[in-house]
Write a protein that binds this ligand. Structure first.
Ligand code: CTP
Ligand code: CA
Length: 225
């Protein structure tokens, strides 16, 4: 069948994928989020499953329905996403951070609906935990993959993030180019490692990007670089 035709490169491996945008609460009826649809992360989770892996999909706010044959952990905030990834961290072989994590969250979350008062209002924000950076610091044998969303100087910023977050691969995409980015069904990505460009992929469906990325990861994990 179709499943048998795909190379089972990830049999016996545990893959943790984060997808979608995080939700940072202001009050019970309001929150901060972003344009992430979760399509890229969900495509990776499906592809990893098809390649024989045990998959955990940690999903924030997503617009797509996750497949029923994959374990899904639903989260809202960056902190919840971090906690969920940590629960599966120890025995995971590949961790892929396709999620769009909010960089800031409200300093205070009101437990009642906030009332309007003055003509202006200021919301105080504080940095969220950088999940990928923290994982990079505690990394042992896990193969760590990040996604860099950029609008300019894509290579420079992506490689800086790869180094700072101690990733094995960084998938860079120009989120403003046609056929790529948050809500698109296709993506145009460059894959970097410590030494530079690994692969420049043409415009592909997010499913095909997922398959290509996981094939590179499967070949490289376990120390053969
Ligand atoms: N990331 C994360 N935790 C955060 C912010 C980002 O784990 N608090 C991860 C994302 O999931 C992604 C990678 O870091 O895999 C890069 O995210 P990106 O937003 O491109 O980079 P930032 O480091 O947040 O820098 P900036 O937004 O300023 O470009
Ligand atoms: Ca960011």
């Amino acid at each position: 069948g179709a499943l048998q035709d795909k190379p089972q490169l990830l049999t016996g491996k545990k893959v943790v994928v984060t997808a979608g945008g995080t939700i940072e609460r202001i009050d019970p009826v309001r929150y901060i989020t972003n344009d992430s649809s979760g399509k890229m992360g969900v495509a990776i989770a499906k592809a990893a499953h098809d390649m024989g892996a045990e998959v955990v999909l940690v999903a924030g706010h997503i617009d797509v329905v996750p497949p029923i044959n994959i374990q899904v952990v639903r989260v809202q905030s960056a902190q919840e996403m971090f906690d969920a990834v940590l629960e599966h961290w120890e025995d995971s072989d590949i961790v892929i951070k396709a999620a769009a994590v909010a960089d800031y969250r409200p300093l205070h979350t009101a437990d009642r609906k906030m009332k309007k008062s003055g003509d202006t209002m200021t919301l105080e924000l504080v940095k969220t935990v950088d999940i990928l950076e923290r994982l990079g610091q505690i990394k042992k044998s896990q193969f760590l993959i990040g996604f860099a969303a950029e609008t300019n100087d894509v290579e420079k910023y992506s490689r800086e993030k790869l180094t700072r977050k101690n990733c094995d691969l960084m998938v860079a995409n120009d989120v403003t180019s046609e056929g790529a980015g948050f809500r698109s069904d296709t993506n145009i990505v460059q894959i970097y490692d410590r030494l530079g460009l690994v692969e420049q992929l043409p415009m592909l469906s997010k499913e095909d990007v997922a398959q290509r990325l996981l094939t590179i990861a499967a070949t490289r994990m376990g120390g053969v670089h």
